[in-house]
Design a binder for this molecule. Sequence first.
Ligand SMILES: NC(=O)c1ccc[n+]([C@@H]2O[C@H](COP(=O)([O-])OP(=O)(O)OC[C@H]3O[C@@H](n4cnc5c(N)ncnc54)[C@H](O)[C@@H]3O)[C@@H](O)[C@H]2O)c1
Length: 424
Amino acid sequence: MPEPDGLSSYRERLEMSFKPETTHRTGAWIAGVRGDIAATLMVGTWARAAGLVSDAGLTTAMPPLSDLSLVRPDNIRFGGLDIGGARLAETAASLYKRSRTIDRDLLKAMSDRLVETEKDVLDLPEMAWDSGGKSESDSARLKDVISVVRTHIRAFKERHRLERVIVVNLTSAQPVPASPLPGDTLGDLEQAIEDNRRDLITSSICYAYAALSESCPYVNFTPNEETKCPGIVELAELRRIPFCGDDGKTGETLIKTALAHMFAYRNLQVLSWEGVNLLGNNDGKTLQQPRNRETKLRHKENVLENILGYQPHAGVTINYVPSLGDWKTAWDLIHFRGFLDVPMTMQFTWQGCDSILAAPLVLDLIRLADFAHRKGEYGPMRQVAAFFKDPQGVEEMDLHRQYGLLLDYAARHLTRSSEKQGTA
Ligand SMILES: NC(=O)c1ccc[n+]([C@@H]2O[C@H](COP(=O)([O-])OP(=O)(O)OC[C@H]3O[C@@H](n4cnc5c(N)ncnc54)[C@H](O)[C@@H]3O)[C@@H](O)[C@H]2O)c1
């Protein structure tokens, strides 16, 4: 990686890496575009394209995935929607101030681009509602807000002459609706939208519905479960669009799903696996609310049973600790039993920076969703199970086997393309 040597050099390299609009083939339209992950994703993508940072953290930068014809990160154009709040440049500045993950020169060099990207951001406070809460009688109708979202995605695509747009959900964890949608079909979902059932339909379902209706691949990085909604799955099949989710696997669950099989291989019986997560960012603040936290914790619950074949005592807590900023800290205690029934303990702490762990995964997912769509694949993207706590279309929770699905997928495509070249 070249050594950055001051602001003017950062700017020069950024300018050199900037390509005219016609080269931006793929759009990433992000719901929750002014959040920490989205801002880190943009700064990181541009810094990487300008050669200011290494490929660290990016799975798609490694062979065999790097041998696939994935969209180049510098050919991705960003846009999206938020319910308001800080501008993108302010989010990036706050990441610098609170967590020092973006250095000052990089922040200054990127500020014009962040301001420029705001032109492709829609402010839509009407997208914030609590499906389990009281419905305001004067609130905007669901079909109207969906129509606004669809129009914005379409205009973004046309304005930048993009070949395709990937819609990514990076909004906050939302409370689960008090009751599920009545019926399991796309028709039932559309009827509930028509009937303005804001008590049953979350804004995340609206984003997925709008994206698929516009034939855009859909990535749900949040714990909100719109990709589990049967009407959404049916729409993806009908439109022949790939989608993936739920809930990016970046921290404690990532380690759990990498480590648990070690105990299984040695027949070490896990008695308890307790996890305490301390979060200091906006996500942590949102998760202070019991109903939002419940949405998040659901995805952390079943991984151990899936890997070990039994459920040990496994408590997971999430606490908000503002002074930690983006530096999430987790403490895990594993109490297990070995030969002669002797109990032993393993403990570890993990201090990772939330958006630094998450942003490269989102970039990988955008590139892989773009590729899958280009290849005519549709339905749940099983190959990216390793990226999620609760992957769609895959029961397997073991990280290594999940990663194997991605390697097999790459190998299949590479064999096919080398066969094609052979017969050409
Ligand atoms: N950081 C990680 O390691 C990680 C891992 C897995 C999942 N996630 C999930 O990713 C999501 C984003 O995380 P973050 O750290 O960027 O959060 P954040 O709070 O910094 O950003 C969320 C953004 O979404 C916006 N928003 C909230 N509700 C919205 C709505 N209904 N419609 C449109 N915009 C809305 C907010 O205004 C904010 O700009 C969260 O759901 C989080 O749980 C994060």
